[in-house]
Design a protein around this ligand. Structure first.
Ligand code: DP6
Length: 326
């Protein structure tokens, strides 16, 4: 009754910002993302009658009681499916810093779902796994299928799931992640999006969604980096403008974030085909094609006062692996 899974974080091209149902984690809009090869979580789950209660640890990081409770509640969902009351030991390890705008909850809950189900011998389809992962953290459902993924918003728990639009090998894109600030962000995505409806702009955001989703899908189909890039920058500005206009306002960017956005425009005006996208944090994801990886990485590394620059390729989704963490 022990299994280990690995799951990638993902970068949202079309972002999930706001829920139609808080408990079921039904989103207000569908979203699109790419799994990231360089930001992964490995999780081992073991259920045993020897454990009197759940014990949850994250290697190299501290966890709050609230975070542990969220993991335990997710284990409850998995236990319910398997019809067991056994407690579990969970050890999880990220190869990136938690809570910096890299979606650690996405890779975390995807890995937990796949490892937990495998440990109890539950034979769920990929679609069922995405629905289960979604209940832990919305964006986690997008870390289960391979490569480029759509999370269909749906209208009920069973109709809100994720699936792979294209495998990781489909388009050799790069996400050059520029980490401008280390450490946990002050307002989590969960809390942040709770205030969505305080923004006078939220309905306009949702009204424009279908068109924007169609453009990103079109760009993916045609492998059109310019159309993709222009649309994801528009989407980033839209999400952050809404977040900034919430009450209380959410200012996820630092001056460095804006400086990078400006310099990326300058690089582009000189012919380098690279675009920005930013989740709920200050770090900037530079999206380009493989042929521009070296140039973009070199330029990103020449920026002053940035914490790190990492290269991500499109990655496969969550899956079981052989090496247990304990
Ligand atoms: C800005 O999936 O972390 O990264 O469902 O409350 O756990 P919860 O939210 P979460 O939100 C991610 C928000 C985002 C955009 C995105 O990844 O789509």
């Amino acid at each position: 009754m022990k299994a280990t899974a690995i799951a990638p974080a993902n970068i949202a091209f079309i972002k999930y910002w706001g829920k139609a149902d808080d408990v079921l984690r039904l989103p207000l809009n569908s979203s699109l993302s790419m799994n990231l090869s360089g930001a992964q979580t490995v999780t081992t789950v073991e259920f045993s009658p020897d454990y009197k209660h759940d014990r949850i640890d994250m290697t190299g990081e501290t966890m709050s009681d609230k975070e542990r409770e969220r993991v335990s509640s997710h284990l409850d969902r998995i236990r319910m499916k398997a019809g067991t009351k056994l407690s579990a030991r969970v050890v999880t390890k990220n190869n990136f810093v938690k809570g910096t705008g890299i979606a650690s909850s996405a890779s975390g809950f995807a890995a937990l779902t796949v490892a937990g189900c495998a440990a109890l011998g539950l034979n769920l389809s990929e679609k069922e796994l995405t629905i289960l992962a979604r209940l832990g953290s919305g964006s986690a459902c997008r870390s289960i299928p391979d490569g480029f993924v759509e999370w269909v918003k749906g209208y009920s728990s069973d109709s809100s799931f994720a699936y792979s639009l294209y495998p990781a090998s489909y388009w050799d894109l790069r996400d050059i992640l520029v980490v401008v600030q280390k450490g946990q962000k002050k307002v989590s995505s969960t809390e942040g999006m709770e205030g969505l409806r305080t923004s006078p702009l939220w309905q306009a955001r949702i009204a424009g969604m279908e068109n924007k989703i169609a453009r990103v899908k079109d760009a993916l189909e045609k492998k059109d980096i310019r159309l993709l890039g222009e649309t994801i920058e528009e989407e980033t500005l839209n999400m952050h403008t809404v977040a900034r206009s919430q009450n209380p306002p959410l200012l996820y960017w630092t001056p460095k974030t804006e400086e990078i956005m400006t310099v990326v425009r300058k690089w582009r005006s000189k012919g380098l085909v690279v675009y920005c996208t930013i989740d709920a944090g200050p770090n900037v994801h530079l999206i380009c094609e493989a042929r521009d990886e070296q140039e973009v990485t070199k330029k990103a590394k020449s920026l002053t006062d940035v914490w790190s620059v990492g290269v991500n390729k499109p990655a496969r989704g969550a899956h079981v692996v052989g090496d247990d963490l304990f």
